[in-house]
Design a protein around this ligand. Structure first.
Ligand SMILES: O=C(O)CCC(=O)c1ccccc1C(=O)O
Length: 461
């Protein structure tokens, strides 16, 4: 029997989907599987775009596609017109599930997929192009196995508030489905309106991105609720020290993770007991992965059984090896520390600066709600350190923040320009859009040339 079907049968009479209908899941998955297997006997398996909104339907369709060995592309029904055009053009699907009003053109370029059972998971979006990492049932299984071995668990219960088409949500489903654990699926906004808080979550894992953790910790009943979880996995974007300290203060069993779509979620994770004992890093490497660090640049190289095979439609030339933009180190006890992204590195007056350090110092002043530090091209400095921030009070001046920073940071690490905004752009995965901020800041400084001139007068004059 095909692997996905074996797990499906095991769950047949089991109420594992909490607050949803587990029987529906079984019924839909088997029905769609039968339809797909009939189609596949006549010709090569159809390429499927999966954009169902309804979670049970999404997951049942996903399992059916995997069991029938049809290439399946996980998609966000809420992508904009441009993104959908780009995706439909790239994929040239035979079947689209979950979108209305789609006019399917007959496939023109039919990229051959050199592997069966390919599972395409989107990465990127909102800034830049959507790419699909090519995974397989086996790479996702390797991730689940590494996870259960690392946490020494037979079953994983997951509380999923992240999107299922994204690797962070999909892997929560996979961990429950494969291990016979329970699964709760609910949108974040229902948690914020206090629904579903009556489930006993003491044997559940929940995955959050940093902005969600921040929102929950601003709300006492939700903070209390969060502190009951067995483990709170945190990932998707770098967290800041103040947020981690707050989580520790409230005794949240936090597990900061490091991983990405290409590695089928986390490959390093700090265990909650280490976190509560004051460790702040990305933890030990999971057993299915290896990380080596380039001596010269500090760049991370990843090897993992869960590694994607390429970006659709291309397989990587160097399989099993993946170099990333992240810079970090492994300490003598084997804990992974991430310093930043090499592409976000700012070089100002010949000094290297990673935004995380400066952002963390600015957050500590308690004068701002949020901040992002970037480098603006500058004739004198090469790049001028620039802080884009949301002030806590409308009358907080940049000078006040600068004054506080002077006790904490060397002079060259204090931003030269300060740009107050009402909002900073984030995507659904909690990743800040630095490209967009860069554009906003450059436009702002062009339109406020006085600011630039004043600055030169006061710094150089
Ligand atoms: O950023 C990504 O692409 C992966 C992020 C991710 O999977 C994740 C996000 C939040 C919490 C836990 C996890 C995880 O690795 O399991």
């Amino acid at each position: 029997m095909e692997q996905p079907l074996k797990y499906l049968e095991q769950l047949k009479n089991h109420d594992w989907l909490i607050s949803k209908n587990s029987q529906d899941f079984y019924k839909i998955a088997t029905e769609i599987y039968l339809q797909l297997s009939q189609l596949s006997t006549q010709e090569k398996p159809p390429k499927i775009i999966l954009a169902e909104r309804e979670p049970v339907r999404f997951l049942a369709s996903f399992i059916a596609a995997c069991a029938a060995k049809c290439p399946v592309f996980l998609c966000n029904p809420d992508w904009g017109k441009d993104e959908w055009e780009q995706v439909l053009d790239l994929v040239q699907p035979d079947i689209v599930w979950g979108l209305d009003n789609i006019n399917l053109q007959p496939s023109i370029t039919n990229y051959p997929l050199p592997i069966t059972n390919a599972i395409m998971i989107p990465t990127g979006g909102s800034s830049g192009k959507i790419k699909f990492a090519i995974h397989t049932w086996e790479t996702l299984m390797a991730s689940v196995q590494g996870f259960t071995e690392y946490f020494q668990l037979n079953t994983v219960n997951s509380f999923c508030i992240l999107p299922l088409y994204h690797v962070s949500g999909l892997m929560q489903f996979m961990r429950s489905f494969i291990t016979g654990g329970k699964l709760v699926i609910t949108p974040f906004k229902e948690i914020e309106s206090y629904q579903l808080l009556n489930i006993n979550v003491s044997d559940f894992f929940i995955s959050l991105v940093p902005t969600q953790l921040q929102r929950l910790l601003q709300n006492p009943p939700l903070t209390q609720w969060l502190s009951q979880f067995q483990t709170v996995l945190l990932g998707g974007a770098p967290a800041w020290d103040e947020l981690l300290e707050k989580a520790k203060f409230y005794q949240i069993r936090l597990a900061p993770t490091y991983g990405m779509t290409e590695t089928a979620s986390q490959i390093a994770t700090l265990k909650p007991d280490d976190f509560l004992h004051g460790k702040i890093n990305s933890g030990h490497i999971l057993p299915h992965a290896q990380i080596t660090i380039d001596n010269l640049t500090g760049n991370l190289h990843i090897q993992a059984k869960s590694l994607a095979l390429g970006y659709y439609p291309q397989l990587w030339k160097n399989p099993g090896n993946f170099s990333v933009d992240d810079i970090g180190f492994l300490d003598p006890e084997g804990y992974l520390h991430i310093i930043g992204r090499s592409s976000n590195k700012i070089i100002t007056g010949g000094e290297n600066i990673y935004p995380a350090e400066i952002e963390s110092a600015i957050r500590k002043t308690n004068l701002i709600i949020d901040v992002c530090v970037i480098g603006i091209p500058d004739k004198y400095w090469g790049q001028a350190l620039t802080a884009i921030y949301i002030p806590k009070h409308p009358n907080t001046s940049a000078l006040e923040i600068e004054t506080q920073l002077k006790n904490q940071l060397s002079k060259f690490k204090i931003p030269k320009y300060w740009i107050p905004l009402e909002n900073l752009p984030y995507n659904a995965q909690g990743k800040i859009n630095r490209q967009q901020i860069q554009q906003i800041a450059e436009d702002f400084l062009v339109n406020n040339t006085n600011l630039k001139n004043d600055f030169y007068r006061c710094r150089l004059g």
